[in-house]
Design a protein around this ligand. Structure first.
Ligand SMILES: Cc1cc2nc3c(=O)[nH]c(=O)nc-3n(C[C@H](O)[C@H](O)[C@H](O)COP(=O)(O)OP(=O)(O)OC[C@H]3O[C@@H](n4cnc5c(N)ncnc54)[C@H](O)[C@@H]3O)c2cc1C
Length: 421
């Protein structure tokens, strides 16, 4: 019996059935001579029938894809210009929200549910806490609420519709009095962001993957290798460019007008020293028409300022938070968290998001470069999905059969040009 998954037990099959990752991960031993960190006993054997793969970008798309590809038996090199969890990357903040409510976009509810199970498995496997289950409170229009309820009922996802008084009775530290109803989703929570990407890349190396710090570029068609790293060709059978907000500059002709990268600012508000009501154990995350927040995991209550789309360069963009948005955050705190008024902003993060025209991911083969794949367009919601995206990307690159409707949704042909608002 082969040590690698049989075609009948493919990763795409696992994704479709919602079965666990363990079967794919439980591959047998030997180490890769190219790994920078010694592969642990039990690391997956290299399956010579699979292409060697280079993955560019150790963020939510590439970091998890590299790990899943290695677990599937491929020989994998993960290249990142600045390193996993670096502060320029969209995956480089402290935390990200995990929610299942996606309105009518059922695919993402399913993927987020799968991702939550994988986050729980992965934190056990990595031996580090990455997922904090605190649920979320959301406000939405009556039509959106009806749509969300119908989908959650059909998929048996738990929820409650609460009045502001009921919210206040459970969580007196938040004020929703200007709304009529609040949607409560007990599933989901907060995931650690940069720590998760560091942990995933460590696991990747311990399983025999090779990590390189370097600047990758696609090579011209017909050359000796599909990409170069710091100018040197890197020979491999497939190259997955998961460069997040850098994708438009890596593939300017193909993606220059399909992904925009506006600036975003995040403020972390500290709690009073003896007041623990804003911690994740005592408070869900919040998304309303003004902004969204994550409860305090260990960095303060996270509040996203509401910014118009100002383009940001992922390499050279200024990462100091603005006074104007600080004032906006303080207004929001006064409205939603009266007990935090006057508390200090203990940290800020400035980042760019990478938006596609329709909010769907962009995952496809490059139309002109054989063996080259593109994955990104996370559109402000991909981080939570990382472990699910990794499974999906591994299956696509390894050419396993899957769901053609999902593939079509993410295809380049489904995405139009878009501009900053
Ligand atoms: C402020 C903010 C809040 C968000 N909130 C949420 C949330 O609550 N929940 C959620 O699910 N999602 C959220 N998102 C979205 C999510 O963080 C992103 O969709 C996701 O992190 C994108 O991952 P990525 O791998 O595509 O890109 P990145 O994380 O940016 O990774 C790309 C990597 O590629 C590397 N790279 C780029 N070009 C090259 C090159 N030429 N050579 C080598 N390396 C290269 C970079 O160094 C980088 O590490 C948020 C995003 C932002 C900005």
């Amino acid at each position: 019996m082969s040590d690698t998954p049989s075609p009948a037990l493919t990763r795409r099959g696992l994704l479709a059935t919602g079965a666990g990752l363990g079967a794919a991960a439980a591959l047998s031993a030997t180490s890769s001579a190219r790994a920078q960190v010694s592969a642990r006993p039990g690391a997956p054997a290299i399956n010579r029938n699979l292409p060697d793969v280079a993955v560019v970008g150790a963020g939510a798309f590439g970091g998890w894809a590299a790990l899943s590809l290695r677990e599937a038996g491929a020989k994998v090199t993960l290249v990142d210009a600045y390193g996993p969890g670096n502060p320029r990357a969209s995956s480089g903040d402290e935390s990200r929200l995990l929610r299942l409510s996606y309105g009518p976009r059922e695919i993402y509810t399913r993927w987020a549910r799968r991702a939550q199970a994988l986050w729980e498995q992965r934190q056990e496997e990595f031996g580090t806490r990455l997922f904090y289950p605190n649920g979320s409170l959301r406000t939405m229009s009556a039509d959106a609420l009806a749509e969300q309820r119908a989908l959650f009922d059909r998929l048996s996802v738990p929820y409650e519709v609460l009045s502001p008084d009921e919210v206040h009775a459970r969580w007196p530290q938040v004020d929703f009095s200007e709304y009529e109803t609040v949607f409560y989703e007990p599933t989901g929570g907060v995931v650690k962001a940069r720590e998760a990407m560091v942990a995933a890349s460590e696991a990747f190396m311990h399983k025999g993957g090779t990590m390189k710090i370097g600047h990758a570029k696609p090579a011209a068609a017909g050359g000796s290798a599909p990409l170069t790293v710091d100018g040197e060709p890197l020979a491999c059978g497939a190259a997955l460019f998961a460069c997040g907000p850098w994708l438009p500059r890596v593939f300017p002709e193909l993606l220059g007008d399909r992904i925009v990268t506006p600036r975003r600012e995040i403020f972390y508000v500290g709690s009073p020293i003896d007041d623990h009501r804003y911690r994740w154990e005592h408070l869900p995350n919040i998304a309303d028409s003004h902004t969204y927040t994550a409860a305090d995991v260990d960095y303060g209550t996270k509040i996203a300022a509401n910014l118009r789309d100002v383009p940001m360069d992922p390499d050279d963009g200024d990462r100091m938070a603005s006074g104007f948005l600080r004032a906006q955050v303080e207004d929001y705190v006064a409205r939603r968290f009266p007990g935090l008024v006057g508390q200090p902003i203990v940290a800020t993060r400035v980042c760019q998001v990478e938006l596609s025209d329709n909010g769907h991911f962009i995952i496809d083969r490059h139309p002109d470069l054989p063996g080259v794949w593109i994955a990104g367009g996370g559109s402000g919601h991909a981080f939570k999905m990382g472990p699910t995206i990794g499974e999906y990307l591994a299956a696509r690159v390894l050419d396993e059969p899957g769901d053609s409707a999902t593939d079509a949704l993410f295809a380049l042909a489904s995405h139009k040009a878009r501009t900053h608002e």
